[in-house]
Design a protein around this ligand. Structure first.
Ligand code: FES
Length: 118
C-alpha cells in the first residue's frame, strides 16, 4: 500500500470535495458535513463521469406521496449525470448497495495534511 499526499486539511471544507490523481487513478476526497474525510474512486460505475463534478448532498426518502425526508445529509455523493447516489463512507450505491459501488480508500491526516492510502 502506498501513501499519497492529497492536500492541506483546510483545503477541503465540510460538505466539500476535491479530486486528485494518484498512480494514474482519479480519486475524490470528500469531507462529510461533520468533518470526517473519505476517499473514493472518482468514476461513476454507470457511465463513467467524475463523481467530483457532482455534489455532496443528502438523500430523499418518502413513505407516501408528498411526504419527504432528507437522510444522510452531507454523506451522499451524487453523480453529475443521472444522480446515482453513493454513501461516502462505504462507496455503496443507495439503490443497490451489494452490487453497485465505488472503491473506497483509507484516509489519514498527519500534521494538517491529508493522505490517501491505496
Ligand atoms: S453516469 Fe453516473 S449515474 Fe449515470
Amino acid at each position: 500500500m502506498t501513501k499519497y499526499t492529497a492536500c492541506k486539511a483546510e483545503e477541503i471544507k465540510n460538505g466539500d470535495m476535491k479530486a486528485f490523481t494518484f498512480n494514474k487513478k482519479s480519486i475524490v476526497v470528500v469531507r462529510s458535513k461533520n468533518g470526517e474525510l473519505y476517499a473514493l474512486r472518482n468514476v461513476c460505475p454507470h457511465k463513467g463521469p467524475a463523481l467530483s463534478l457532482g455534489s455532496v448532498d443528502a438523500t430523499c426518502t418518502a413513505t407516501e406521496p408528498g411526504e419527504y425526508t432528507l437522510e444522510k445529509e452531507g454523506e451522499v455523493l451524487k453523480c453529475p449525470w443521472h444522480s446515482w447516489e453513493f454513501d461516502i463512507k462505504t462507496g455503496c450505491s443507495l439503490f443497490d448497495p451489494e452490487n453497485v459501488k465505488v472503491k473506497t480508500y483509507d484516509v489519514t491526516v498527519e500534521d494538517d495534511t491529508i493522505f490517501v492510502h491505496m
